[in-house]
Design a binder for this molecule. Structure first.
Ligand code: GTP
Ligand code: IMP
Ligand code: MG
Length: 340
């Protein structure tokens, strides 16, 4: 599909990084562009036995012919950005919109020094909230004002829209998740911006009429880091008994684990305008499904779970992730197209 947006349907960390990296390799988009808040997000990508935790560069970097862009809505921490660019060796194909807001030392200090933010809400301490507040007050520095970013500056909407006009495809990465949207999440226990597909489209300068597909990613067992309501949360004993333990990519904090929440999933899919659903962690429903790549080879238990998700949400499940590695996935998109 010409343009596809991928977003999170629960509280972030649904495995968007893995899904996006898979789609980049499978669909070969000309551009992979990142929307979302900023370096508070950590996308994990496990590729060729290596683990990457990406906070700025799009997870689609795994497809070597893709141009990698960071949209104007995103906050950039130049230090984190440059480190990742060097680590991944992507300097020739990465671009930062000249209007991106810049996170500086004082934003990080304010995030970590404010007990309301740090202790009550449990922010990631990456400076995103204070930087977005300053951006709204029209005091923030933009990428074009930062010397070390000069070689990377570009006009992201111009590049994306030109690619679409030329018939190429673009993949847009969302970060965070529906439950921590500033507008629709569990306020005040939320991040500093909306996190739904409309916001992600605006972040990269893609108008609503040019969005073709919205894939909402749900994990079989949702997780939440930081404080705030989590109505299907289970006790630590329960999650341990299920063998589930996760730690944050950015902060290293232990993630709270919960059970599938169909009502939340349906509401999230509605506001995101989901056209497809991706489920991650099906191997946690049944460990026998780890690494399976064909739907028929899933266990009855796993198949029942997928059916339940489709019933709860009312949108077809087209991608089923069966483990963290990129090739551990069932791609039903062609099958779904043929059904229509
Ligand atoms: P944010 O943008 O920060 O919201 O993160 P994200 O959605 O990219 O997710 P993140 O990578 O932070 O967390 C997902 C975790 O689940 C990572 O450790 C992944 O490696 C792992 N993961 C992804 N898919 C699967 C899967 O199908 N099974 C299992 N067991 N783990 C998975
Ligand atoms: P902030 O975005 O750092 O201000 O943090 C606000 C809330 O959003 C906290 O509960 C964080 O844990 C959560 N949060 C922000 N970004 C992510 C993410 O990418 N994944 C999961 N939780 C996040
Ligand atoms: Mg994450």
């Amino acid at each position: 599909m010409p343009s596809t947006i991928v977003v999170g349907g629960f509280f972030g960390d649904e495995g968007k990084g893995k899904i996006i990296a898979y789609l980049a390799l499978a669909d070969r988009p000309a551009i992979v562009a990142r929307g979302g808040v900023g370096p508070n997000a950590g996308h994990s990508v496990e590729f060729h036995g290596k683990k990457y935790g990406l906070r700025m560069v799009p997870s689609g970097f795994v497809y070597e012919d893709a141009r990698l862009l960071i949209g104007a809505g995103v906050l950039v921490n130049p230090e984190v950005f440059l480190e990742e660019v060097e680590m991944l060796g992507v300097e020739k194909r990465v671009g930062v919109d000249f209007r991106c807001g810049i996170i500086e030392k004082q934003h990080i200090e304010a995030d970590r020094g404010d007990a309301r933010l740090k202790d009550k809400i449990g922010t990631t301490g990456t400076g995103c909230g204070p930087a977005n507040a300053e951006r709204a007050l029209r005091k923030i520095k933009q990428a074009k004002d930062v010397e070390v970013l000069k070689p990377f500056l570009c006009d992201v909407p111009a590049e994306i829209n030109a690619a679409l006009t030329e018939g190429k495809s673009v993949l847009i990465e969302g970060t965070q998740g529906f439950g921590i949207s500033l507008f629709y999440g569990t306020y005040p226990y939320v991040t500093s911006k909306d996190t739904t597909a409309s916001q992600i489209a605006a972040d990269v300068g893609l108008g609503p009429t040019r969005v073709n597909e919205v894939i909402v990613v749900f994990k079989a067992f949702p997780t939440r880091v930081g404080a705030g309501p989590f109505r299907t949360e289970m006790s630590e004993e329960e999650s341990k008994a299920l063998g589930i333990e996760e730690y944050g990519t950015v902060t290293g904090r232990k993630r709270r684990i919960g059970r599938w929440d169909g009502e939340m999933a349906r509401y999230a899919a509605m506001i995101n305008g989901a056209t497809q659903i991706a489920i991650t962690g099906i191997d946690r429903i049944d460990s026998a499904c780890r690494g399976v790549t064909e739907f028929e080879k899933l266990s009855e238990k796993a198949k029942r779970f997928v059916e339940r998700v489709e019933q709860d949400v009312g949108v077809p499940v087209t991608l089923i992730s069966t483990g963290p590695e990129l090739d551990e996935i069932i791609d039903l998109r062609e099958a779904a197209e043929n059904k229509e």
